[in-house]
Write a protein that binds this ligand. Structure first.
Ligand SMILES: C[S@@+](CC[C@H](N)C(=O)[O-])C[C@H]1O[C@@H](n2cnc3c(N)ncnc32)[C@H](O)[C@@H]1O
Length: 297
């Protein structure tokens, strides 16, 4: 879920930074908040207003991707009318919520892993569906090669999430291809330096993954420490063992002394890996819950 500052960020990027050189991708549109912010920014963008329609290389400029199905978790279910069940389509709600900007939006419904992109350059890439290795990889494969060196901007909304290590591994791996511009809320913002080639990051050794996560953290600075340090504990759990993860998380506690968010994230991941390990809870399937629903469509 976007914070108000992240909503303002998307609005400002579309209003003040978008030049009309390529598409705006909303990868993970859910009920439309991110698409709406981008569209409202475009409406106030003088360059867009003077060039819109046929004068832009890609029309419509905004491309919104999502499964558009109600997810299987209690938190998300609160956003839907009573009776909406996991797996039900929420595309109508999305379309209703973005109706004021819909003329500028192409809607791509379905699993991102089955989507394609051949419509040209991508000038602004907002990523909010990299919830597991598979979707992280799809975003890299589909859109990274279409980024414009020196111009395109990338927003990684989940960078501040403490249990998505693939995002941190990816941004460390691509540290030379992206200049970090900063972090707002959970979102990190980058400018593309050179076009990144897509690779299968999941298959690299754990030691390298941990190293890339460190590079991603250093590139952003202090603000990145809580989420990246904690997500390395998740990575150790996923690729080594519960014991390795718990012992790492314990070792990190002195480093987080005085850092309330850092301690909170260490506790969160500690709780998640213990729960997942005993296999008694819904969270166990968290990284794949969206895909299970997609499979049931
Ligand atoms: C946190 S929500 C996005 C929130 C949204 N950006 C906003 O502003 O409210 C994450 C979204 O990722 C989508 N998602 C997860 N896995 C996906 C997949 N394999 N293909 C397409 N969308 C996916 C989910 O359907 C969900 O709507």
């Amino acid at each position: 879920m976007l914070s108000p500052r992240e909503e303002s960020l998307l609005y400002a990027l579309a209003k003040e930074r978008y030049e009309g050189a390529g598409a705006i991708i909303d990868a993970g549109a859910f009920l439309g908040a991110s698409t709406l912010c981008l569209g409202e920014g475009l409406r106030e963008n003088p360059a867009f207003q003077s060039r819109k329609g046929e004068n832009l290389p890609i029309w419509p400029p905004i491309h919104s991707y999502d499964l558009f199905v109600c997810p299987d978790d209690e938190f998300a279910l609160r956003y839907f009318p009573q009776g909406t069940l996991p797996g039900h389509s929420i595309e109508d709600s999305f379309r209703r919520n973005i109706r004021d900007v819909s003329e500028w939006v192409a809607v791509h419904t379905g699993d991102i892993k089955k989507q394609s992109w051949s419509s040209g350059p991508v000038e602004l890439l907002f990523v909010d569906l990299a919830k597991c290795w598979g979707t992280n990889r799809s975003v890299i494969e589909l859109f990274f090669p279409a980024l414009l060196p020196g111009q395109s901007l990338l927003v990684q909304q989940d960078f501040g999430t403490p249990y998505v290590p693939w995002v941190h591994v990816a941004m460390g791996y691509y540290a030379n291809q992206f200049e970090a511009l900063g972090m707002i809320g959970s979102s990190t913002v980058y400018r593309c330096r050179e076009t990144p080639l897509s690779v299968d990051l999941r298959s690299i050794p754990l030691s390298q993954k941990l190293e890339y996560a460190n590079i991603a953290m250093e590139q952003i600075g202090d603000q990145a420490v809580p989420s990246v340090v904690a997500s390395k504990g998740m990575l150790l759990f996923m690729e080594e063992s519960l014991e390795a993860s718990l012992s790492y998380l314990r070792e990190q506690r002195p480093r987080m002394a005085g850092n309330a968010l850092g301690l909170e994230y260490l506790d969160l991941v500690d709780g998640m890996v213990r729960t997942w390990n005993i296999g008694s809870h819904l969270e166990r399937d968290m990284s794949t819950k969206f895909e299970r629903l997609a499979g049931e469509e």
